[in-house]
Design a protein around this ligand. Structure first.
Ligand code: ASP
Length: 330
């Protein structure tokens, strides 16, 4: 991928791995002959849901079938991942997950699944910048002022996230480490409901993906302090980077990938990967993503092999970041 998660607290070398779908080829003849379900591990209306719904129609078209999107919320995406890990490995239950797939092993003692063993990777999808945003009437005007405000109002400023291991949770951890502050975290089942509460003023701050904050920022419904990428995001030209705003330690963006249960036939995985590549080359998808501050991955990254290598590297990276941050597994 061109842009990778770069937690400034740690840089771990890439552990390349070669993987292929787990089982023999064969089994994909006539696939699909019924609806495929893509499970989204967070609420409807959030970034993972948005990206899934963008690609599901062109993927279904490429496969010559139907795709249904199902939201299975809970525990930072781990409930859905566990369900898909235990599903029939027939290609009809697919998981869209994000960076949380790589952080969960370090954050949960009894995960109930093993990301590298219990899934076959289909391909990476996109990588999305994050934004530090606040309710519109929160007094601080800049990221530096926000940190001063959090310090001055110790324990009272609330920070929304989509559950332990969610991207918003990680971004919150990185913010607290970079700013040297502690905030009161408020977990939701996904960005959809969290953003609704931010706009409504029930929670103060959050750090979440541009896919869902861009519209609220441009409409003035939330206040934006920074984008968490090394360069500004084209769809939000006025918003400074975290480095420009004085916090270079806060750099994170959120990768997404598609998974099927381990044991799924290799030719089924290949069909899904090919359909993913077709969807990511669709001009309407490219345009929609650009408006929301992101872009599809290259076709060589929308492959099982590139996805598996990235997942391995990210599991190692985040295990170290999370250990260094002293976050205990729950
Ligand atoms: N963006 C969310 C997160 O913090 C999850 C979601 O609703 O997609 O991980």
């Amino acid at each position: 991928m061109t842009r990778r998660i770069i937690p400034a607290l740690a840089m771990i070398s890439l552990v390349a791995a070669c993987s292929s779908p787990d089982s023999d080829s064969g089994g994909g003849e006539g696939y699909p002959d019924r609806n495929i379900t893509i499970v989204v591990p967070f609420s409807a209306g959030g970034p993972t849901d948005t990206v899934t719904r963008m690609i599901s129609e062109p993927m279904a078209k490429a496969l010559g079938g139907e795709i249904v999107v199902q939201n299975v919320e809970g525990a930072g995406g781990t409930v859905a991942a566990g369900e898909v890990a235990r599903a029939e490995p027939d290609g009809y239950t697919v998981l869209m997950h994000h960076i949380g797939m790589s952080t969960a092993p370090a954050l949960y003692k009894n995960l109930g699944y093993e990301p590298l063993q219990d899934f076959a990777t289909v391909g990476l999808v996109t990588e999305v910048p994050m934004t530090v945003v606040a309710r519109p009437d929160l007094p601080p005007a800049t990221l530096a002022e926000l940190t001063a405000y959090v310090k001055a109002n110790a324990g009272t400023v609330t920070l929304a996230n989509a559950g332990i291991g969610a991207a918003s949770h990680l971004c919150g951890l990185l913010y607290q480490a970079a700013a040297g502050v502690k905030v009161q975290e408020v977990p939701y089942q996904g960005t959809g409901p969290a953003l609704t509460d931010l706009v409504g003023g029930q929670v103060d701050v959050m750090c979440d993906q541009t896919t869902n904050t861009t519209g609220q920022i441009t409409a003035g419904k939330v206040k934006a302090y920074a984008v968490t990428t090394p360069s500004r995001v084209a769809s939000l030209p006025e918003v400074p980077t975290t480095a420009e705003a004085g916090m270079p330690g806060l750099e994170v963006s959120v990768w997404h990938g598609l998974y099927v249960p381990a044991g799924t036939a290799a030719d089924v995985v290949q069909k899904l990967s090919d359909a993913l590549k077709t969807a990511l080359a669709d001009q309407a998808v490219i345009d929609q993503m650009a408006k929301l501050g992101t872009a599809p991955v290259s076709s060589s990254d929308a492959t099982p092999e590139a996805h598996k290598a990235h997942l391995e590297e990210q599991i190692n990276t985040w295990a170290k970041v999370i250990a260094d941050a002293g976050v205990p597994a729950s």
